[in-house]
Design a protein around this ligand. Sequence first.
Ligand SMILES: *[C@@H]1O[C@H](CO)[C@@H](O)[C@H](O)[C@H]1NC(C)=O
Ligand SMILES: *[C@@H]1O[C@H](CO)[C@@H](O)[C@H](O)[C@H]1NC(C)=O
Ligand SMILES: *[C@@H]1O[C@H](CO)[C@@H](O)[C@H](O)[C@H]1NC(C)=O
Ligand SMILES: *[C@@H]1O[C@H](CO)[C@@H](O)[C@H](O)[C@H]1NC(C)=O
Ligand SMILES: *[C@@H]1O[C@H](CO)[C@@H](O)[C@H](O)[C@H]1NC(C)=O
Length: 428
Amino acid sequence: MKIHISNIELPRGKLAPQKRAIMLAPTLVVLVLIPLYLFIDSSIPLQPPSKVGLYKGLWSNFRLEKPCDVFRGEWVLYPNATYYTNETCPLIIDQQNCLKFGRPDTEYLKWKWKPEGCELPRFDAVEFLEIAKGKSVAFVGDSVGRNQMQSLLCLLASVSHPEDITSRYTSDTINFRRWFFPEFNFTLASFWAPFLVKAVDSDSNGHTYTSIMSLHLDEPEEAWAREVENFDYVIISAGQWFYRPMIFYEKGQLVGCSSCGLKNVTEIPRFYGYGMAFRTSFRILLDLKGYKGVTFLRTFSPGHFENGPWNDGGNCIRTRPFGKEEVRLMGYDLEFYKTQVEEYRAAERESRSKRRLKFKLLDTTEASLMRPDGHPNTYGHSPHKNSTFNDCVHWCVPGPIDTWNEFLIHLMKPEIPRFSFWKLRRGA
Ligand SMILES: *[C@@H]1O[C@H](CO)[C@@H](O)[C@H](O)[C@H]1NC(C)=O
Ligand SMILES: *[C@@H]1O[C@H](CO)[C@@H](O)[C@H](O)[C@H]1NC(C)=O
Ligand SMILES: *[C@@H]1O[C@H](CO)[C@@H](O)[C@H](O)[C@H]1NC(C)=O
Ligand SMILES: *[C@@H]1O[C@H](CO)[C@@H](O)[C@H](O)[C@H]1NC(C)=O
Ligand SMILES: *[C@@H]1O[C@H](CO)[C@@H](O)[C@H](O)[C@H]1NC(C)=O
């Protein structure tokens, strides 16, 4: 697949304003009297005003802070970007342990995400664990979802030692994982559900990378649906598995298929199945009586195969991020992204009118699209092992996927009350 070079063209949703505003309740009245002044723009970095500066500065120093969408931006060089290595974090799994398997270039570890118009704070493990104290986080999805969990695990392990409690819950210790941080009474789990909905391998020749899957679009995969009720944060994602041939069922009836090659079955776009999988998942969460958690949609994670198809020599050998003008989301990736965000918005609306559960968009797609250099390629296994494909789908740990968790903690931070509408910043 050749990656096209042109402007980023991500559909822009509602802005997620940066929440670092300084609140100045006592001065509100005064400020209301001088609203005109507030519309003067400023790009001066945010810093807390001193009490003196606060009053003295009223007439000259305050500016209205422009809402900043942390998910739009670019990668900038930052040599200290890595939080841990294969030596300091013993929990990295081989498939993502690019350092261990001798990836020769280390440039890919030296970038940080710079949103347009603000800063994305560095990941602070202590702060995360303080927020997450007594709580639980579940990643639901495929191995890319688990990949983010592995990154989070390493980010936190520098501060507090996690216990592997997987075997108390399941015998499938690869696809379902649970970790417990006793000092913080915090649980981290991952639930394997690559299609989110119930999926059955239905290839008569057995399971392969391209075998047909039967999806029951209106039934969730029980393996997560029966487990997440008591979780405080649930991060839903799905991706590359929907490139497979699929047969779709609803209410137990066959409704069509995508690339299944069966002549008497109606072809339905794969995006239909993808959208339904999210719709069903969000509905299940909205219907779970005991569920009071915050639901995140972690958006589509693009793969970066170049120089051939994924199953025929495709690889990802770049060693630098794309610049803003060098890549744009397009084709199937764009359709997947748009489809899931649409379902997310619908669920959010429904929640507002019904149960008032919180929904948040963990919009990692643009940042990830710009990181063709972040995948294991051939460094997810020993060089002596024969492997069929290069891995341009998962992400090296450490690597750009750590930024997904910078976004995550940013969204988990407590909300600032409504009147922070008066977002002020102090000029020079
Ligand atoms: C990078 O790390 C080194 C050593 O830990 C430190 O001395 C330096 O100040 C750091 N630089 C930045 C920009 O944070
Ligand atoms: C970490 O990676 C280096 C190569 O970068 C390797 O020599 C070392 O054995 C690895 N350590 C562990 C614990 O995997
Ligand atoms: C630990 O957190 C759980 C909720 O995740 C709570 O039910 C339990 O009471 C907490 N235990 C302690 C010792 O704080
Ligand atoms: C499609 O055709 C195959 C064989 O020709 C048959 O076994 C199958 O039941 C048919 N499916 C439907 C939905 O009609
Ligand atoms: C890898 O595959 C090649 C060709 O299929 C074979 O000759 C070689 O012995 C294999 N190596 C290992 C370590 O399995």
